[in-house]
Design a protein around this ligand. Structure first.
Ligand code: URA
Length: 237
């Protein structure tokens, strides 16, 4: 990678700003001042110092967001604001949401530039748990719960896979599913003659929504959380 590109990716400045800084001798590579911006470096091996500070390269970034309602979970949208617009401008590059939540759904959304991890988390055969808190139009009967847990006909080729229902209150449940079909939770409730008043995702791949995050806020994942996600949904034997 070119040195000027590395510095841009580390948010030191724009391409022309970092070129000027390099010319001024503010950058050292492996303790040697480097004045040519096109110098090739290996970000994983070379040690780059800017004004004496080591710049630690991170290829991938991982954010947990508490998605608010009214925002679409896409990278671009001609009409509505996207979840990317909630990130600081310098944090958006190549970042995308891992899967989608409906515009009116709130809660845990992961954003990353790590395509391989996103692919693993979304692969149907990995059976990664997604937990939704659902405010219902009507209380669920025992029979409804059994049907939801066994799988229901939501108009697709196949019934939904096994789910888990935990009743929190007459109108409030936690629903754990391992699929991510279009409007799945709403269609599952519709299949048992119910409706969704409010929907929020509270967990994904073993990761729980940080209660310190208000809607619209986000934070970086900790190394432990990244490790947890990396092991999420190992293929079932
Ligand atoms: N199921 C839905 O119906 N909507 C979501 O946003 C997520 C799951």
């Amino acid at each position: 990678m070119r040195l000027d590109r590395f510095l841009c990716e580390m948010n030191i400045g724009t391409r022309s700003q970092v070129k000027a800084l390099i010319r001024q001798g503010a950058v050292r590579v492996n303790d040697i001042p480097v004045k040519n911006a096109d110098r090739k470096i290996n970000p994983d091996l070379d040690q780059v110092f800017y004004k004496g500070q080591r710049l630690q390269y991170r290829r991938y970034v991982y954010y947990m967001m508490n998605k608010p309602a009214g925002i679409v979970s896409a990278t671009v949208d001609g009409v509505s604001d996207t979840v990317l617009s909630l990130l600081e401008e310098n944090q958006r590059k190549n970042v995308f949401p891992v899967g989608r939540l409906d515009k009116d759904t709130t809660g845990l959304l992961l954003l990353t530039n790590d395509g391989a991890l996103a692919h693993r988390l979304l692969a149907p055969e990995r059976h990664v748990d997604k937990v939704y808190q659902v405010t219902l139009e009507h209380p669920l009967s025992e029979a409804d719960i059994c049907r939801l847990e066994e799988g229901v006909d939501i108009g697709d080729e196949t019934f939904t896979g096994p789910a888990l229902v935990k009743v929190l209150d007459r109108y409030l449940i936690l629903l754990t599913i391992q699929e991510g079909r279009y409007h799945q939770v709403k269609r599952m409730m519709f299949a048992v003659g119910n409706g969704v008043v409010k929907l929020g995702r509270v967990a994904f791949g073993g990761l729980h929504l940080d209660p310190a995050l208000a809607e619209g806020q986000y934070r970086e994942l900790t190394p432990k959380e990244i490790e947890l996600l990396s092991g999420a949904g190992q293929p079932k034997k």
